[in-house]
Structures are given as C-alpha cells and as structure tokens.
Design a protein around this ligand. Structure first.
Ligand SMILES: NC(=[NH2+])NCCC[C@H]1O[C@@H](n2cnc3c(N)ncnc32)[C@H](O)[C@@H]1O
Length: 414
C-alpha cells in the first residue's frame, strides 16, 4: 500500500473517468484490480501515487501511474494529421516501392490471379502511389478498381494512374476509407497495412472496418492471413556497442552509466534490427495468427501467443526477435497461396526485424527449453500504439522444472 495516509481527506474530492493503460493486479484487499482499457471512476486523488476509484461497482485504491484521462480528453488518439502527413511526401513511398520482396509479392499475387480477377471489383485500401491498383489495371482485367488514399499523395496517384493507361478502370478516392461511400461492394479487398511487429500504426483496424462494410460475402482479403513469428536470439553486437561499451572508455570506468544505457537503448524494441540467421538460438515459431476474414477490431485490443523453444545451439540469450509473414490465398479454388515472409531466412525487407533485448544476457545450452508468452496490448489512449510484453522462463536440459517466469514490457512507442 502507498505511504500516504489512509484517510479520505476532502482535499481532492473529484469524480473523473480515467482509462487504464495496462493491467494492475491488487496486492492488498484495499486495492482495486483492473485491466488495460478499463474505464475507472476516480472519486479522490488521495495522494500523488494512489487514488480512490471505482470499477464495476467495486471500490479500492489504484496506482495513478497506470491511468490516463479519458480518451475524449486526448487531442487526437489516432494522430491522423501527423500520420497522413508522413505519407503525403515521397519518402515513405520511395522506401516501400524500393522494397522488392514487398512490391514483387503483391505484383505476383495479381499476376497469379489475373484470370480470376476478370470482371471483378477490387479495392486497394491505402493505395499510396497506386502501384497495386495499377498492377491490377495492367496485369488483369478487373471491372473496376477503387484506389483509396487518405493522404495528399493521392493527387500524384491520379496522374500515375492516367500516365500508365489505367484511368479507365482505376478510380482514385482521396479519403479515409472508413469515411467513403463506394459505388458498390467489392470482390477483393487488397491492402498493404502491415507495420512494425505486424500491427504498429493499427491501420489493420481500418482494413477490418472497411471489410465489414464493403467486402461481398465470399469476397477475398489480400493478405488473407498474417502471422507474427518469434525466435530467441543472440545480439552480441548490440549488447557490446550499447552496454559493455561503458566499461572502458579510453581506460576510464564509465560503468555507472550502464543502467542508464539499459533504459535508454533496451527499454523499447529495436525496430530496425537485421537478425543474422546464425544468431537464432532455435527454430522460430508462429506465436500469433490472424485470419483476415474472421478477425474482429475488438480482438486487436490484446493478442497473446504462447511459445516453447528448444535451444538448438549453445550461446547467449540476449533477447527475442520478431517479424511477420502474410499469406495471399488464390482466387482459384485449390490454388496455391503466396507468402510475403519478412523473416531472417528470407530476403530483407524495409520492415527489417524487431529486437526485444532482455535486461541481462543468459547463457543457454543445446537442449535447454525457453517457454513463455508474448502479449500485444493495444494502447487504450494512443490508438496507433501498443506495448509488447514478453514473459519467459528457462528449463535447463538436465532439470525438470522451469525457472520463475520473468517479464518485460516494451512500449511501441507509447
Ligand atoms: N504498411 C504500412 N504500415 N503502411 C503502408 C500503407 C499506408 C498507406 O495507406 C494510407 N492509409 C492508411 N490508413 C488509411 C485509411 N484509413 N484510409 C485511406 N488511406 C489510408 C496511408 O496514407 C499510406 O499512404
């Protein structure tokens, strides 16, 4: 319990709604447990750290650090102005178009399905420069393609569609897709929505909402499914350059800065990591799988996947690396799927890999077992952000029990 008085002075009698940023488990009968996203009524800010609150008819003390004013008080939970401005210049589009595995996979999807696309209505959600829509117009004969783009890049998209002879079939809509009224429902909803760690930016919510409103029954989602993959890994270079570095600076001892460096460099994921396959300590595994036809927006609040790795080569467990794969089912019954694999055993993409550094390297031997879970908890306030919590424990090859479960939470980025 907090060190503040257990008395309810009248100093801070207010009743205000707050939103829980993350789970809190009470450690005493006078405390109140809650889950991320819960809305709590705070009746008294008894002191800085502990408030008297109510949730679902229960009362108790709650830690103020876990709470945030109600989302309506947050200027722009989706930060749409900043978000769409970032796509209004060519910088990010150049990066995406320069990503050969990404762009070629979408082109292959259109080529492989060109016959089946004949006469179909396609929507390209978040078309950017319109390349997927132009692939449709040039490599297949759809009845219509609705190219939807909210940012100002859409003014260029119009010209690109015309310049490449697709203005007869591709219509460009400069709008947020959720706000749009289309001429018809669509047979295929194609989008390149994946962000760091698969979900960052949460553009996927737009895709699901548009699916529910505009995809015909029996329609196709491209990607059709997505999986988040994880592997325990070494990261000697990162650990040496960011942490060991401080032990000896020109013969001087700067090691008192190591806790500062740990917090500054390893408290958030490293999103531009390039994992060398040799640094994988085990066979990677799919920890979260999303079916884009059945996934619901509410499922996005919290996604959890368990894992159990057997260490295949002795080394140092510095952390875990994550990436994703997306799958594109064929429009032809029984046709083969195409895969965009952004992992370390495939050609590097602009997403690279996401490294989660633990708070201390651990030696592991072949045959050891690393078990645990990864949880993607969407930020209830900042709707394009999430935190990734990794829980892990180790069972040494000659032991029968797992060590106590440890846990680390990485905000991406709030
Ligand atoms: N793979 C990603 N992480 N980002 C690449 C695709 C993002 C593109 O979709 C656009 N975009 C994102 N959300 C929307 C939306 N709801 N409506 C229209 N365009 C959108 C955005 O402006 C950008 O041009």
């Amino acid at each position: 319990m907090s060190d503040c008085e257990n008395t309810h002075t009248n100093s801070n009698i207010i009743t205000q709604e707050f939103i829980a940023l993350e789970d809190f488990r009470a450690t005493g009968t006078e405390q109140l447990s809650f889950s991320a996203g819960d809305r709590l009524l705070v009746h008294e800010q008894v002191c800085a750290d502990w408030w008297w609150a109510e949730h679902s008819g229960c009362f108790g003390y709650v830690p103020s650090a876990f709470l945030h004013r109600g989302v309506e008080d947050v200027e722009d939970a989706w930060q749409d102005e900043e978000y769409f401005n970032s796509y209004g210049t060519l910088k990010l589009h150049l990066e995406m178009l320069s990503d050969r595995p990404r762009t070629e996979t979408y082109r292959q999807v259109i080529v492989r399905n060109s016959a089946a696309l004949k006469g179909k209505v396609v929507m390209d959600l978040g078309c950017g420069t319109g390349i997927i829509s132009i692939f449709c117009g040039r490599l297949a004969q759809p009845a219509a393609v609705y190219a939807v783009e909210a940012s100002s890049v859409a003014e260029h998209t119009e010209k690109l569609v015309k310049l490449n002879g697709c203005d007869g079939v591709v219509s460009v809509y400069n709008s947020r897709a959720e706000d749009l009224t289309l001429p018809s429902k669509v047979d295929v909803l194609v989008s390149e929505w994946m962000g760091n760690c698969l979900l960052f930016e949460f553009m996927v919510e737009s895709v699901l909402r548009v699916r529910d409103r505009w995809l015909k029954d029996g329609g196709m989602m491209w990607p059709s499914s997505a999986t988040l993959c994880l592997v325990p890994c070494q990261a000697h270079a990162d650990y040496s350059q960011k942490l060991e570095f401080w032990e000896n600076i020109y013969g001087l001892d700067f090691s008192c800065l190591q806790p500062v460096a740990q917090e500054e460099f390893f408290s958030k994921p490293k999103f531009s990591h390039h994992l060398n396959p040799d640094d994988c300590l085990s066979t990677p595994c799919d920890v979260i799988s999303l079916d884009m036809l059945t996934l619901n927006v509410s499922d996005l609040e919290k996604l959890r996947g368990e894992f159990r790795f057997t260490i295949e080569s002795s080394g140092t467990l510095h952390g875990f690396t994550a990436w994703f794969s997306t799958f594109f089912h064929s429009l032809d019954e029984g046709g083969s799927s195409l895969e965009l694999n952004t992992g370390p055993h495939a050609e590097l993409t602009h997403w690279k890999h996401t490294l989660f550094m633990l708070d201390g390297p651990m030696g592991v031997e072949e045959g050891d077992c690393v078990g645990g879970a990864i949880t993607l908890q969407r930020n209830p306030i900042w709707r394009r952000h999430m935190s990734i919590t990794i829980e892990w424990s180790i069972k040494r090859r000659n032991e029968t029990t797992f060590s106590e479960m440890k846990s680390k939470r990485f905000p991406m980025w709030r």
